[in-house]
Design a protein around this ligand. Structure first.
Ligand code: AQP
Length: 334
């Protein structure tokens, strides 16, 4: 029986991924890779929608791929590749932009947020068309499912609309994908500002737990995490966002229920609780970090592996692109 297809990706927008990427995406990907024909992409074309230093971008791309593998994505099982190595992504994005309404693209809240943050002079047209490129990423592989955070739900909805519109205008071409939205408890917040989502490219690194940070830095960040003056280890997202966030991380990494962790630390104060969490995070991160650094010590081998996977991805992608070109009436090279 053929397996259903899965597509997902992350931007190489930092030297290291952070624990939110790990809990919210990589752990899920690792669990799903056996049941699906999975494509995991390092979306470098998305990363350049905001300015990037060229040498750093190349390095961040390798680092992101190495962390996928170190976290348990197996390149022999899943297709793990770099977006720009498969030109069909950019080509299909152009085609899809011709069936995307300007108003429709303008309603994307991520664009509204990001363009407000950068100001219109610093906002690229590519940031505006970002969701169309994301639609191309997904539709090229005829993906059935797309695991994403809830902030990406609107983009997957746009992808579904574009697929349905294209299919009804030009004939059945694309699989209409379903989003797999991670649950609320998989969302991780900044340790210093526990009301904001943790981000790998955050301005301040003090509240971000990076997978590749050295272990003592990770331990310090956890011990300094913002809590409250109440002193009880209890989950209350609204009233105690700092503690709730630490409990979320603890539960996600151990697979335990939040209530059982609350019981364990009842009457023991935040110091003990943070030490417990520090041990959990450090023992989870240590082997991932070591494996990633090992892979990065041999960039030529990593590049070869990525190239082989890109070739595999391109085979599938080019089939879809070729069908699309035919359907819309582009004259093909004879
Ligand atoms: N804080 C988070 N909690 C849970 N999941 C998270 N993800 C990101 N942050 C958290 C998930 O990780 C994947 C990364 O997607 P991305 O690289 O395209 O960018 P993002 O979602 O914008 O992640 P960052 O870390 O915040 O990156 P920057 O700083 O570049 O914007 C997605 O599956 C996301 O849900």
């Amino acid at each position: 029986m053929t397996q259903a297809r899965l597509f997902s990706g992350m931007q190489p927008s930092a030297d290291s991924l952070q624990i939110g990427n790990y809990i919210g995406a990589l752990m899920q990907w690792r669990d799903m890779q056996d049941a699906y024909d999975a494509f995991f992409c390092v979306v470098d074309l998305h990363a350049i929608t905001v300015p990037q230093d060229p040498a750093e971008l190349r390095e961040k791309t390798r680092r992101t791929a190495a962390q996928y593998i170190a976290a348990g994505i197996e390149p022999s099982k899943s297709t793990l590749y770099v977006q720009s190595q498969v030109p069909a992504h950019a080509e299909l994005a152009w085609i899809l932009s011709t069936v995307t309404g300007f108003g429709e693209a303008g309603r994307m809240t991520q664009f509204k947020d990001k363009s407000q943050r950068y100001g219109s002079d610093q906002t690229s047209v590519a940031l505006f068309t970002y969701p169309v490129l994301m639609a191309a990423d997904i539709l090229l592989y005829q993906a059935n499912v797309v695991p994403v955070g809830d902030d990406q739900k609107q983009h997957v909805e746009l992808t579904r609309n574009l697929a349905e519109r294209f299919n009804s205008r030009f004939g059945e071409t694309f699989t209409v994908p379903e989003p797999v939205i991670q649950s609320d408890t998989a969302r991780i917040y900044d340790l210093q500002t526990p009301t904001s989502k943790m981000s790998k490219s955050a301005e301040s690194q003090a509240g971000v737990l990076y997978l590749l940070d050295d272990i003592s830095a990770t331990a310090k960040k956890i011990m300094r995490a913002v809590t409250d003056s109440d002193g009880t280890v209890h989950y209350d997202r609204e009233g105690k966002p700092g503690v709730a966030n630490l409990l979320t991380i603890y539960a996600a990494l151990t697979g335990r229920q939040i209530a059982s962790i609350e019981d364990e630390y009842a009457g023991r104060g935040y110091g003990d609780f943070k030490k417990g969490l520090r041990d959990v995070v450090v023992s989870e991160f240590e082997p991932v970090r070591e494996r990633a650094l090992e892979l990065l010590a041999d960039p030529a081998e990593l590049d070869r592996l990525l190239a082989a996977n890109a070739e595999k991805a391109a085979e599938t992608a080019e089939k879809t692109l070729s069908a699309v070109y035919d359907r819309i009436g582009l004259l093909r090279r004879g």
